[in-house]
Write a protein that binds this ligand. Sequence first.
Ligand SMILES: Cc1ncc(COP(=O)(O)O)c(C=O)c1O
Length: 377
Amino acid sequence: MKVYYPEIPSPCYVLEEERLLHNLRILQRVQQESGADIICALKGYAMFSTFDLLRQYLAGCTASSLHEARLCFEEFGSKAHVCAPAYPPGDFVEILSCASHITFNSLSQWELFGQEARKAGVSCGLRINPEYSVVETALYDPCAPGSRMGIRAKDLGDRLPEGIEGLHFHTLCENGLPELLETFAAVEERFGDHLKGLSWLNMGGGHHITREDYDVDGLIEFLRKVQQRYELQVIMEPGEAIGLGTGFLKTSVLDVIDSDGVLVAIIDASFTAHMPDCLEMPYMPEIRGAKEVVRGLPTYRMGGISCLSGDQLGDYSFEEDLEVGQTLLFEDMIHYTMVKTTNFNGVNLPSIGILRSDGKFELVRQFGYRDYRDRLS
Ligand SMILES: Cc1ncc(COP(=O)(O)O)c(C=O)c1O
């Protein structure tokens, strides 16, 4: 029976420090060789126990809410680039106190808040919608028909409002350089005149820069050219690329049942509560030692611990039968998981830990009843 990492509790998100460093070095190289700034999108990666490390490699963070802006200011130690679909008036003063840049999603939000932001010395920008879709999953496509994300060229007029210093587009999701180039061509076609005279251009997230096959040299060349041509600072704000491939979710098998001929391994974690993108995207994460279904090999569906019928995934084949108590490691479970976890059904949140570069495990946080209770009233 396979039991991995007996010193690590189950379930537990385990960040592998060496792998995070690998990603950070790539992102640092892009910044050093292109002159662009790369900041961390907290919506995708917000493991603040690693911010000491991130701070040495990245230029800051981007935030989409007051709480993310505070996390950036208080834990990362720098003012945030803030970009949200709209700002609650009651949050705005505090958001400004944590922000260096703020992007408005509509002209009406700019009219409402722009002068206040300028007075506070925060650099203001507008989010644009280049109406060029590269993302197939509608849930993640900011350029889908009817999208509320960003201002379309026809609604922006010929001149940018006085006081706007930057533009922001975020249209990619897990994409390579070709999709960025195509998107930028659409931006130039629709908004080219507005790019001249800007101080900054934020190209959003969705850049899979740390994926093995990403054309990093091509990206550096592209960023250099854009900055030279328009004499502005390019900012990129990936989330996933920070945490990509940097760790796993350790889980354990609690039961194995035969459900009308389908073998189901019920684990001590939940897909809907702890790995929600598996159901939302949807996609099948890699499980260490498992493979796609192979006839003749023991094959199992993975059952989550919540009572949601759809909290399951599969099927996967293994070399040996699964047994109660054995470990299953779900790979690449650091980005988006921790920020999206819920206590649905009262299921506990997985612990959080770091496997240091020297091989030692450090438990950072464990959760319990209080964390569940304190979100309710
Ligand atoms: C405005 C904005 N910036 C950055 C990101 C980060 O994207 P990713 O984690 O795919 O790099 C997102 C993700 O939704 C976003 O909406």
